[in-house]
Write a protein that binds this ligand. Structure first.
Ligand code: NAI
Length: 340
């Protein structure tokens, strides 16, 4: 089987080549994103493998069909960048890695919370500069604080369990509440009530029409002054423009992002020698109470091994004509924020 890998970095190559020792497929790695202009790179392939910021909309899928690529393997869980309706219509299979390490993302989420709270990002620079003043570094006890988690699936439930250990008061909102979480003291509330009560809010739901820009001027208005907002899910859940106003007014006391709506043009690349033209992103970086990481929530040893193995297993089922698992169909279609 010939597999063309898009958006691949050196670590993808390392983990996929290791995992491929048990499969023996022919892997071709490209740094380029999968998008209409790059589909040609996959000519002759039996499968393409894509990642979170690839553009797998209508035009791309039609172009893949035209060069007879029958299957798209996502090496990620989220699939908001795929037009599943078109894939279904054209008979192109889409498979993904639904869960590779929810612990990785959950632990990164809590790392953002603690870093922002205790201002570790600022303390790190100060100490290196010989500045041992504590002025401005005051934090707060996590114990007793009210945390609201939106989306209590694999990742959100682990976040809640970790925060239970800190002695936080746990609120949640999910369209499908998890009864087991109620046993550890999680209280499900309507979204508007949750927004009004929490000290910290963390997003772990998929990007859908319902969750698009959940954080906006109106929802911010409902929240406590100085609220901490954490988003490690998908960038477009938060309207970055609104957060700038919220930060300027003091409504938002802390903002931790691992994802950003326009991240496709930025993340996963070394742009340190270039001028970043995204003014919203650059403005966010000027706030001392904003901490942004470049979509690294998933990035642990365990997760990278699982991603590579599961992706190749997904494809081997296709190669061996076994029933596919981890498939996606248009009933699961969710809004793509990308114009395709
Ligand atoms: P999951 O499918 O296990 O859980 C998602 C939960 O969100 C479900 O319980 C679902 O009922 C709930 N949900 C759906 N629509 C909702 C709505 N409108 N309002 C509130 N809740 C809603 O997914 P998992 O594995 O926990 O991942 C969550 C998200 O994390 C993914 O969709 C993905 O966007 C993101 N992610 C981020 C990574 C990173 O590296 N930063 C890595 C992996 C996933």
């Amino acid at each position: 089987m010939k597999i063309t890998m898009f958006s691949s970095q050196c670590y993808d190559k390392k983990y996929f080549l290791d995992a491929n020792q048990n499969f023996g497929y022919q892997l071709t790695f490209h740094e380029a994103r999968l998008e209409p202009a790059t589909v040609e790179l996959a000519r002759g392939a039996d499968a393409v493998c894509a990642f979170v910021n690839d553009d797998i909309g209508e035009v791309t899928i039609e172009a893949l069909k035209a060069i007879d690529v029958p299957i798209i393997a996502l090496r990620c869980a989220g699939y908001n960048n795929v037009d599943l309706r078109v894939a279904d219509k054209l008979g192109i299979h889409v498979v993904r890695v639904p869960s590779y390490s929810p612990y990785a993302v959950a632990e990164h989420t809590v790392a953002l919370m603690l870093s922002l709270n205790r201002k570790i990002h600022r303390a790190y620079s100060r100490v290196r500069d010989g500045n041992f003043s504590l002025q401005g570094l005051t934090g707060f006890d996590m114990h007793g604080k009210i945390v609201g988690v939106i989306g209590t699936g694999r990742i959100g439930s682990i976040v809640l369990n970790i925060l239970k250990g800190f002695g936080c008061k746990l609120f949640a909102f999910d369209t499908q509440p998890d009864e087991a979480l109620k046993n550890i003291g999680v209280k499900y509330l309507p979204m508007s009530e949750l927004l009004q009560q929490v000290d910290i809010i963390s997003f772990h739901c998929p990007l859908t029409p319902e969750t698009f820009h959940l954080i906006n001027d109106d929802s911010l208005e409902m929240m406590k002054d100085g609220v901490m907002i954490i988003n490690t899910s998908r960038g477009a859940i938060v309207d970055a423009g609104s957060t700038i106003e919220g930060l300027k007014s003091g409504k938002i006391g802390y903002l931790g992002l691992d994802v950003y709506e326009q991240e496709g043009d930025l993340f996963f690349h070394d742009l340190s020698d270039t001028i970043i033209r995204d003014d919203v992103f650059e403005r966010l970086l000027t706030f001392p109470n904003v901490l942004i990481t470049g979509h690294q929530g998933f990035f642990t040893e365990e997760a990278l091994v699982n991603i590579a193995v599961t992706t190749l297993e997904n494809l081997s089922r296709y190669a061996l004509a076994k029933p596919l698992i981890n498939t996606l169909h248009s009933q699961q279609a969710i809004r793509s924020t990308r114009k395709n």
